[in-house]
Structures are given as C-alpha cells and as structure tokens.
Ligand binder design. Structure first.
Ligand SMILES: NC(=O)CC[C@H](N)C(=O)O
Length: 257
C-alpha cells in the first residue's frame, strides 16, 4: 500500500492547465510536482519515482503541426522506452485535452504503447472553431477503467479546437471508450452542440486494455468544487465538483499499487 502517491504533472512550453491539474490531485490526496518535459529528457527527473503521470491541457509548442504533435514527437523520439516501462510496470496515466492529444499522437493510446500506430488521431472540430463551454458526459457501462469507477455521468467544461477523434475502420474495435458526449436526456449523441466536435462514436474519453491509462477532452480538474459550475447557486450543486471523483479514483488505484 502506497501512503504518499506521487504525481508528475508534465509541462511543456505552452501548457496552461498544469497548476489546475496539480491542484486537483492534491485535493484528492496526492503529492503533485510540475515537471518540465526537458527534465525527463535530460534524466534529472525520473518517471520511475512517480506513481501517476498526468498530462495537462494547453497549447504545447503553440499547437504547431497540430495540437499535441510536437510534444508527442518529443515523447515518442526521446522518452518512449521510459513511458512504455511506466505503463508496463502498472503505473497510471491521465491525459486531459492537450494531454489526450499528446497521448494519442505518441501512440500510448489506444494502447498498448506503440510509436508506429498513426491510425487514430484527434483533429479539428467539425464546427471549425474553438469550443469553450460546459457539456454532458455519460460513461460506457462496460468500460473497465480505474479512473472512472462510480461515475455514470458528469458535467465538465471543454476548451478545445481539435477534439474530434477519428480512427481507421480497422482500429474502431481496438478503441476502449470510457465517456461519450451526451444530450440533455443523458443519451450519447452525435448532434452538435451537445457533441461539440463530431468525434467518432461520440467518444469523449478513452482508456487502454489495462484500464490504467485514461484520457479525455473535457477538463475534470475544472470541476473539483461546486462553485466552478456556472449554475452552482441556481441548481444548488453539491460539493465536491463531480470531476474530483476521477482524481480520487486515480489516487485510490495508485495506493493499491
Ligand atoms: N484545453 C486544451 O488543452 C486545448 C487543446 C488544444 N490546444 C486544442 O485547442 O485543441
């Protein structure tokens, strides 16, 4: 049983949600450290010293070449073996938004880690614009993911321009969806604006075969307190924010490690 769960929040130039993500993990009982990707590349920080790797949202490397692509290249070409070992030894990874984009483009998702799998990606929203608002999510009932235990549905904010998941037909059966975009009746939907980007099969979040690597486009770290919800007084929203359960689940799973 791990007492002190150590979380590495991996920054790169242009990352902007790192402190929020670290705050959410600390609220859930973990100890989070912001780590620049160059610290991993140089070896001054080691993944082996952490239980959870968390990839935050933002505009890493200015979204040049596509959101998350340059960060993914750094991860794929310089630290891929460390990342692969991290997953294989049973550690946990969470990717939020830009972090999801980086994990997909690195080939860590859909998993198992493979730097030669370019057949799934996240690309421009169908609307052709940056979507920044609150949406509804329902979980896949058969999903096996340590991060989403006890979560059937939740609301969360999105803030992305490139959230549309696309996959080659032969890859569709390899995807392990965890969250779908939902309409006001909490049904998965392909209809805009409830589905903000036109993602294949309405997918908002994916896990891998281990259930320990999880990434999503919405931002659960921006809903860890009731007062972050735009209608928290009108609807008398309960504490804590629904997103906190994801961080509690991750910390609980890492304690059992
Ligand atoms: N919030 C985010 O992480 C945004 C991700 C990325 N820059 C996009 O616009 O799609």
């Amino acid at each position: 049983m791990v007492k002190n769960v150590r979380v590495m929040v991996l920054r790169a130039p242009g990352t902007n949600a790192d402190r929020e993500l670290a705050f959410a993990f600390e609220l859930a009982g973990g100890t989070a450290r912001l780590t620049h990707i160059n610290e991993l590349i140089s070896g001054s920080q080691k993944l082996a010293d952490y239980h959870i790797l968390a990839l935050p949202g933002g505009f890493s490397y200015g979204d040049d070449l596509g959101a998350g692509k340059v960060q993914a290249n750094e991860m794929r070409l310089r630290i891929f073996d460390d990342l692969k070992t991290f997953v294989e030894r049973g550690s946990l990874i969470l990717g939020v938004c830009n972090g999801f984009q980086a994990l997909i483009k690195t080939g860590i998702l859909p998993g198992p880690p493979d730097p030669k799998l370019p057949h799934v990606t996240l690309t421009n929203n169908d609307s052709g614009k940056f979507e920044c608002r609150w949406i509804k999510l329902v979980s896949e009932p058969t999903a096996s993911c340590v991060w989403t235990n006890n979560i059937d549905r939740m609301e969360a904010p999105i803030a992305h321009g490139e959230g549309k998941l696309i996959a080659a037909p032969e890859m569709l059966s390899r995807l392990r969806p965890v969250f779908y975009y939902a309409n006001s009746k909490w049904q998965p939907t392909s209809t805009y604006p409830s589905n903000p980007n036109g993602s294949v099969n309405n997918i908002a979040g994916l896990t891998d075969d281990t259930g320990r690597v999880f990434a999503l486009m919405p931002h659960p770290e921006r809903f860890v307190r009731a007062s972050q919800h735009p209608q928290w007084t009108r609807r008398d929203i309960d504490e804590p924010g629904q997103g906190l359960q994801i961080f509690r689940n991750g910390i609980a799973a890492a304690r059992d490690f």
